[in-house]
Design a protein around this ligand. Sequence first.
Ligand code: OGA
Ligand code: MN
Length: 285
Amino acid sequence: MAYSTRLEVFPLSKHIGAEIRGVDLRTKPNAETVAAIYQAWLDHLVLVFPDQELEQEDFLRVTEYFGEVGQVHRPPKYFPPGFSRILPNILMISNIRENGEPIGVLPDGEMMFHHDMIHAEVPSKATILYSLEIPKTGGDTLFASGYAAYDTLDPKVRARLEGKQAKHHYNYGSQARGDGKGTEAFAEMAHPVFRTHEETKRKAVYVNRLMTVELLDTPKAESDELLGKLFDHAEKPEFIYAHTWRVGDLLLWDNRCSTHARTDFPATERRLMLRTTVKGTTRPY
Ligand code: OGA
Ligand code: MN
């Protein structure tokens, strides 16, 4: 039975993130509640639903509230062993090892700020993580608002960047710029430096330290200088919400207007998440 509920929305920081209480995602909320959740997501960019006990089928159903479930883009050759135990279109993120090999992708440690799939022609709209095992310390996921970065950017820098495109490159498995991981499977694409969100109509900074290589039609020294300024600005602490995970958190973010990163955690601690994406509906403009 679909149920109706009054959403309780608790903002988690000034610019990004809200916790949604009073929703059990195992049961299907009615259309009105789904619409309210969707609007809260557009307003807050990142939503956290604590204390969820979901089957993989529930996780896929929840993903559909936000659009069409995204396919896994990673070539099957690079699927780690844990993937045989999960449903299609769910990805496993884990450092847990069986026979010395991680059972999931993005296994260990830190990850630089990035937008998921920005190296594709139509990047993912949303990503959802559902936490099953978390380290005692570290392994937080940080989220930065691209709207806040755009709105507060030095007007002189903004004027120099307006209308420019940037090239993005990603090697599957890479976690830091130029770390040389995953060089056999990669993709590249150019998109506008400032992206207009097709639903909110707001503009967001749309480059990131992990994947953005260069500004098009710009001398290299100038491109490096401007991108360096943009990365530093967009990662300022006041634009960030740092999520410390609890088991059972379902967390959803908007890749059109936010970036995310991961902090380091001890190799001796287990971390296991399931992950889905929502397909993008347009080329960024
Ligand atoms: C991702 C990602 C960060 C994390 O799944 O796209 O960047 O905290 N994950 O594992
Ligand atoms: Mn990511």
